[in-house]
Write a protein that binds this ligand. Structure first.
Ligand code: ADP
Length: 528
């Protein structure tokens, strides 16, 4: 639309894939810098692992995972040890290539020796994960849940979850994995993109039958069987908040690098797709997070052999239209000083989505008005409150609403704040040796037992190891994960024999105290 470049800044920038525009100086962008990198299988597994080290019980919603190739020996050793401890344990593992999607390259194995090491494993890093053998079945089929989550802001943290999601079904009745059925993808993998090719795939116009259904229809069914659906929702909310808490520290590093504080820049929000598997006992397990979830509301259908056409998908429409509509309402830049026209724009957007063509808009709106009862009709009076004319919000705020229950988990966030403070030059994501030394000195962490020479050795050791496994080789220096590891080492050294999360919390308090004192001193000197 703007072949010669934009002339006027926009309120909202809606990017297709990732944050990639460096000349936006205001408004809001629908992607966070670094999100695509953060939700890759390896990075997500690492971020969750750090949280599991601190809070093992709180983070038991993610299957035990190992990163290949670097942790292959550890994987072999740990599996052997667990098998020796419990000879009745007959595990299955799932191998997932890093950066893969739609089930691409995924396979199941019974033993570490079955990992396909053909070719250069280094060229295709992967995550190997314990396979959840006893998923909840509906109609004898395995299914997973796609939930939409809006990360509205990183600082302060604001998270919304959509009240309804999608349930995506396998197309072959489920059996627990055996050597014979391991390769049957239609039985074990719930990906829509795979199952659509099965002859058993059912496109349904109803939201509670077929191979793709609404999550609410599953909840209704579970509730009628006596399941505690409220508890399930609260477990899901907790899983989502904890996962985002695991991602935020590194996201903040990316954020300050792309949008440095104090310079004009946009704010960001992002719709994320959470893939969750329910275990037989209704415990939700996180499979993965998608930074660019499909928002399609149609699917392809073969009308006659070889002739495909796009047809509306009522299930996708029911769930996704509401997510987009509510996201726009929540990030609405003019919320406070809105004009009537804005209501029309949002309504138009929403209608176009539903009806595909503009001509249907007024017709559709009239129909809604007729269907609405007398009291509802008053809500459509746009001169009163345009917001009231839209259906009630499907996106529910969960953070800061439940912040009190989860804030104690945000330790790595505070470590990241220390890291960012010492990064120095704007635009970098890695800490140089001088920055690390300044951190140690300003926080008063070196003493007779821990000399500056030991500080340098710690820096070199950890940085070298992380840089040999990291994906980002562009910049040299210490990445956030390496700094977090060094910080944990320092905490263990200083506060022996306490649980790790207490050691880390004490060291953060200690550093923050000394930095605040330093800032105070500088302020007084400055005034002087
Ligand atoms: P992709 O990004 O390629 O879709 P996923 O991690 O979502 O990769 O895995 C694909 C599918 O494999 C999931 O939708 C799920 O059905 C199945 N799956 C993944 N991890 C596990 C696991 N640990 N246990 C059981 N099933 C899993």
């Amino acid at each position: 639309q703007f072949p010669l470049g934009r002339r006027l800044p926009c309120d909202i920038y809606w990017h297709g894939v990732s944050f990639h525009d460096n000349d936006i100086f205001s408004g809001q962008v629908n992607k966070f810098p670094g999100m695509t990198e953060m939700v890759r299988k390896i990075t997500l597994s690492r971020a969750v692992r750090t949280m599991q080290d601190l809070f093992p019980l709180e983070y038991n919603f993610y299957p035990r995972s190992w990163i290949l190739p670097e942790e292959f020996p550890l994987f072999v050793a740990e599996v052997r040890m667990m098998k020796e401890g419990d000879p009745s344990w007959k595990p299955t593992f799932i191998v997932k290539p890093d950066g893969g999607c739609q089930g691409d390259g995924i396979y199941l194995i019974k033993d570490p020796s079955d990992i396909r090491l053909v070719g250069n494993i280094q060229s295709r890093p992967a995550v190997v994960q314990e396979y959840i053998c006893k998923p909840l079945l509906v109609d004898k089929l395995k299914f997973d849940i796609r939930l939409y989550v809006l990360l509205k802001s990183l600082e302060p943290l604001e998270i919304y979850i959509a009240k309804d999601g999608l349930s995506r079904f396998c197309t072959e009745p489920y059996q627990e994995p055996t050597l014979k059925n391991l390769h049957q993808v239609f039985m074990h993998l719930t990906n829509y993109s795979l199952n659509i090719h099965s002859g058993n795939f059912i496109h349904s116009d109803s939201v509670n039958t077929g191979s793709k259904r609404t999550f609410s229809s599953i909840l209704c069914r579970l509730s009628s069987r006596g399941a505690d659906v409220k508890k399930l929702w609260s477990d899901i909310i907790s899983l989502v908040i904890k996962t985002i808490i695991a991602l935020t520290p590194e996201l903040k590093v990316y954020y300050q690098s792309d949008i440095p504080a104090g310079k004009p820049g946009p704010t960001c929000f992002q719709i994320l797709g959470f893939d969750i598997l329910l275990m037989k006992n209704l415990k939700p397990m996180l499979l993965e997070v998608n930074a660019n979830p499909s928002m399609r509301i149609e699917h392809e259908q073969e009308r006659s052999p070889g002739v495909f056409e796009n047809v509306p998908s009522p299930v996708d429409e029911e769930v996704k239209v509401a997510v987009i509509r509510d996201t726009l309402r929540l990030v609405d830049p003019q919320k406070k000083k809105r004009k009537d026209t804005q209501f029309l724009i949002i309504k138009h957007f929403f209608m176009c989505y539903r009806c595909q063509t503009l001509e249907h808009v007024s017709e559709e709106l009239n129909k809604e008005l007729l269907e609405a009862g007398p009291s509802d009709r008053a809500d459509y009076d746009t001169t009163k409150s345009p917001e009231a004319a839209l259906p009630s919000l499907c996106l529910k705020q969960v953070f800061p609403k439940y912040a009190k229950q989860f804030n104690y988990l945000r330790l790595v966030d505070r470590v990241a704040a220390l890291f960012i403070r010492f990064l120095g030059v704007k635009g970098t994501t890695k800490l140089g040796p001088t920055g690390f030394r300044t951190f140690i000195r300003n926080c008063k962490l070196s003493n007779s037992n821990f000399s500056m020479a030991s500080v340098d050795i710690l820096y070199i050791d950890i940085t070298r190891r992380w840089n040999s496994v990291g994906i980002d080789h562009k910049e040299s220096g210490m990445c956030l994960q390496a700094f977090v590891e060094a910080f944990f080492c320092l905490a263990q050294k200083k506060y022996k024999s306490l649980p790790l999360h207490e050691q880390v919390a004490l060291l953060i308090d200690f550093c923050e105290y000394h930095l605040a004192a330093l800032d105070e001193k500088r302020l007084v000197c400055g005034r002087g």
